[in-house]
Write a protein that binds this ligand. Sequence first.
Ligand code: PLP
Length: 391
Amino acid sequence: MSSVKNKDQTFVAGTYARFPVEFASGVGSYLYDDEGKEYIDMGSGIGVTAFGISDPDWKEAVIGQINKLQHVSNLYYTAPCAILAEKLCAATGMKKVFFGNSGAEANECAIKVARKYAQDKKGKEYQTIVTLKNSFHGRTITTLAATGQDVFHTKFLPLTEGFVYAEANNLSSVKSAVEGNKVAAVMVECVQGEGGVIPLEEDFVKGVYDLCRKEDILFIADEVQTGNGRTGKVYAYMHYGVQPDIVSTAKGLGGGLPIGACILGEKTKDVLQPGDHGSTFGGNPVSCAGAITVIDRLTEDFLNEVAKKSEYVFKSLQGADGITDVTGKGLMIGFKPVKGAKEVVMGCLKRGVVCLTAKDKVRLLPALNIPFCDLEKAMTIILDECKVSEV
Ligand SMILES: *Cc1c(COP(=O)(O)O)cnc(C)c1O
């Protein structure tokens, strides 16, 4: 560990305040560090390893594809890319997909599509994208601009122009943003992930959606974290009875390999034409082959299991000693520990449970297929670490 830690701290850019653990292997919802210590994984690499580590179906598809062809460029057709796009459209009722390699890239594409659509249809001045305060949309200069949190902005000015922030769960705030600007699109996370695992209210999302319909403003759902079964539906917007014009997703879609998808609806399906956009690695056959196994398993029965596990976690947390403010959807759950999120996550890590934080919350994003018994083991330790009362 110490030589890896030293090398990493010397040679890897210091963008991450890493925990003092070096992971060496894993299987399912278990991770093992370099000394062989076992951990239950309640973070899935920030919602990425949707079916755990080294999932047999995913592994077979990925290795099978590597043995055939790892890359050819987007000048040619490959089967996994086309098949995955068809499956994403079938799962969403959307029409076409652009593939990139990350959430930020999926959102960049969404923003480009929205601006081109609006400028073609309504005029050059229709450039503004409305996003919500406390949102998170990525780390590129443009997706940082989309992110409605000043703390991310200040060191990197000037950011891309044309973003306006409205209050979450405040429809009149969105209305005044729309009235005061030439708006191309509104972009929302149905559950604000990095912002503290906060689901948007149903009336608000419906209200924004209706407003968008009325004004021919595109409704973009950022499903980078909430997508691909995470909230108990294939995409979180499906809880809200809306049909977005653009859905961006990434994280869990690849099951652990880099992929981002910008899924386009009826209005937006033909906005991008040859030369408008591209990505060298986008639609890579290996990432797509893995992603197909993820999407294929998000059946109704499977999602019902996710919902049952969610209910169990919510029930365990609600009213528990030292825990307040339990929020989220499906297996995307946050809570505020009286002790402080960092302290609880550190305590859990020492006892072999990997958790995440989101602002002042502890955030849980276990693999969607985590066995109930492992979930119970992890929750016992988490609840114990949160306790503040004397026994
Ligand atoms: C993680 C995240 C992103 C950025 O994804 P990257 O793959 O890190 O670029 C964008 N939007 C949301 C909602 C996210 O959770």
